[in-house]
Design a protein around this ligand. Structure first.
Ligand code: DQA
Length: 150
């Protein structure tokens, strides 16, 4: 498969509960709503969006492996695995496309265990704290980074 124009949006644990889960922090939009917003932004910029959500760390690692050579970028909201997962760090380190770390909330303004990101060092940048707006912003960031590199 050609990698041209494919962006992978990867969603980690508990994000399948968005809309019901702690709406005062994460809002009332569902994951489907966020995927639709990301897809709309991607298609408007000439990209195709693939999405995968899992509550299992190994599944997310496998998705990153499968994205190697098959996608130009990964936008990842790894949920709480952001703060703990060295296997995701290592998988992303072996990925050579653009990586954007994404969060609905602003982890830096929350509990101290959220202040560490294992994936920050293997990401091009992070978009956090803008709620659902972060999804189209992350796609826009990918497009601009790729355009600047070409
Ligand atoms: C989150 C922030 C994480 O700290 C948390 O564990 C999540 C969601 C966010 O999108 O704000 O599950 O990634």
């Amino acid at each position: 498969m050609s990698a041209d124009g494919v962006i992978l949006l990867l969603s980690g644990p508990n994000l399948n509960l968005l809309g019901e889960r702690e709406p005062e922090i994460y809002g009332t939009a569902t994951l489907e709503d966020h995927v639709a917003a990301a897809r709309g932004a991607a298609e408007g910029l000439g990209f195709t969006l693939e999405h995968s959500q899992s509550n299992h760390e190994g599944d997310l690692v496998e998705s990153v492996h499968a994205a190697r050579g098959a996608t130009v970028a990964i936008v990842i909201n790894a949920g709480a695995l952001t703060h703990t997962s060295w296997s995701l760090h290592d998988a992303l380190a072996a990925y050579n496309g653009v990586v954007v770390e994404l969060h609905l909330s602003n982890p830096a303004a929350r509990e101290s265990f959220r202040h560490t990101s294992t994936i920050a060092a293997v990401s091009d940048g992070c978009i956090a704290g803008f709620g659902g707006l972060g999804y189209p912003l992350a796609i826009e960031a990918v497009a601009r980074i790729l355009a600047a590199r070409s």
